[in-house]
Design a protein around this ligand. Structure first.
Ligand code: GLN
Length: 491
């Protein structure tokens, strides 16, 4: 095995160090990674578009500047980008046929920041159409296979990004998380995945799904890599009016201090509402024990409106989606179909371009916002959302972070939930609460099930608590040791 191969199998932090110290060149890493990206696309369907020219150009630039003493934190680190995040010169389709042929004119702010830190974009990853789904089965292109068991889903909607990192085609990937789309696939693929405090990472250059919930986040195999990505992606952006102006909290510094004295609340509603799979419950209890041994104080905590989060989310998210997706009309955006009058262009374009899940959501969201129903559905959902936020505020008077499983079960088989959208929506029971409340949350691998499938635990904290969340995750990572295991179907 070559030095570059070994580095691609390891953490991003080690790879960046080797490029900085000129043990290997970023170009050699990019060439090897691009081969792996092609292989991963063939094997798992994790990529939709390849970035050969861009990757080689970015890598050559990294090498040139490294020679001049530039100290890139992510020097030469191959980066996979979800297809609903713009990367200049590459297609951006959000996994939808309606955007077939669309090429991004510029890169999203979070991509630009990672590239400025030395990362090299190797490809665009498959996802559920417009980020709508929890299994990647709603991609208009192809499903994605989970490298832990190719007969199972990788989760969604950022399933391609998760499978790409789990398979070792890239050590780092980014995705969007509107209601769990980074955390849930991270959990199902044995990775660390985070979403920030709302506003901490710019949304500029993301294809909008539900603007009051959408956030960009990252996937990595280690907590340190995930924290590095946070540090580089976070920060004020004048091009996103919801971007936070306050200083970015220091995640890497806090991580070294451990978890001694931190108060962690076990979410009471996780047991009652989640229909937890037995192995997931066991891992939940095991994680609590592990944290207790590491010096944290474990208590139980209730967030009483967690059981209402799924219905609230599926009203708020669909309402916002019905408005955001109106721009795909065949005139401003979207592959045009139909001719003659305006109505036939709209109908032709949208009938042919959107898949069934997207249509379902537009219909639901339009209904929830329609005259006479808006207050009964959308208005009520927003009121319950405000109460959920208050529940969290009350809980965070007692604890520094809340622990619960990321997903009630491990990776499920293809087709297991496609016939019943409600079953699919319930997969999000533990991820949507933090999204609705605008809180940071992350998922960390906590064990394997009896079938050898990864289990993930989630930490949710108050606004700007990322340093505490990463410190807790680091402690679980050390105790559980899952990160050292390679999925059986990796490259
Ligand atoms: N699974 C959720 C949904 O389908 C979340 C998606 C997301 O975070 N983009 O809406």
């Amino acid at each position: 095995m070559s030095a570059v191969d070994r580095l691609l199998d390891g953490p991003a932090a080690d790879l960046a160090r080797a490029v900085r110290e000129r043990e290997v060149t970023a170009v050699a890493v990019a060439e090897k990674a691009l081969g792996r990206v092609r292989a991963a696309a063939d094997r798992h369907g994790s990529y939709l578009w390849f970035a050969e020219d861009l990757a080689l150009a970015q890598a050559a630039e990294v090498d040139r500047l490294v020679e001049h003493g530039e100290n890139f934190p992510l020097a030469g680190v191959p980066l996979a980008v979800k297809d609903n995040i713009h990367v200049e010169t590459l297609p951006s389709t959000a996994g939808s046929k309606i955007l077939a042929g669309f090429v991004a004119a510029e890169s999203a702010t979070c991509v630009r920041r990672l590239v400025a830190a030395g990362a090299v974009v190797v490809g665009k990853t498959n996802c559920d159409e417009f980020g709508m789904g929890s299994s990647n089965e709603s991609s208009a292109y192809r499903p994605v296979k989970n490298p832990w068991d190719p007969e199972r889903v990788p989760g969604g909607s950022s399933g391609g990004s998760a499978a790409a990192v789990a398979a070792r085609s890239a050590p780092l990937a980014i995705g969007t998380d509107t209601g769990g789309s980074v955390r849930q696939p991270a959990s199902l693929c044995g990775l660390v995945g985070w979403k920030p405090t709302y506003g901490r990472v710019s949304r500029y250059g993301l294809i909008a799904f539900a603007s009051s919930l959408d956030q960009a986040g990252a996937f990595a195999r280690t907590v340190e890599d995930a924290a590095l990505a946070f540090r580089e992606m976070a920060g004020e952006d004048p091009r996103d009016s919801t971007s936070l102006r306050t200083p970015v909290p220091d995640v890497l510094g806090r991580m070294k201090k451990g978890v001694e004295g931190l108060r962690v609340g076990l979410l009471l509603e996780a047991e009652a509402e989640g229909g937890l799979a037995p192995d997931v419950r066991k891992s939940f209890e095991g994680t609590a024990e592990l944290l207790r041994k590491a010096g944290a104080t474990i208590v139980e905590v209730s967030v009483p409106r967690v059981p209402m989060a799924v219905p609230v989310y599926y009203l708020v998210a669909t309402a916002e989606a019905s408005s955001n997706l109106a721009r795909f009309d065949g005139i401003r955006y979207g592959a045009r179909r139909g001719d003659g009058d305006l109505a036939s262009v709209y109908t032709g374009t949208r009938s042919a371009g959107f898949g069934p899940e997207v249509k379902r959501r537009i219909l639901l969201g339009t209904f929830a916002l329609s005259a006479g129903y808006q207050d009964a559905y959308y208005g009520r959902a927003e009121r319950v959302r405000a109460l959920l936020r208050r529940d969290f505020d009350a809980a965070f008077l007692k604890v520094d972070a809340i622990l619960c499983p990321t997903s009630p079960e491990t990776a499920f088989r293809f087709g297991a939930k496609t016939a019943d959208p409600l079953q699919m929506y319930l997969a999000d029971v533990f991820t949507v609460p933090a999204s609705l409340a605008g809180l940071p949350a992350l998922s960390v691998p906590s064990g394997l099930s009896s079938e050898g499938l990864p289990i993930g635990m989630q930490f949710i904290g108050p606004v700007d608590s990322e340093p505490v969340l990463f410190a807790l995750a680091r402690s679980v990572e050390e105790g559980a040791g899952v990160w050292t295991l390679k999925p059986p179907d990796a490259l």
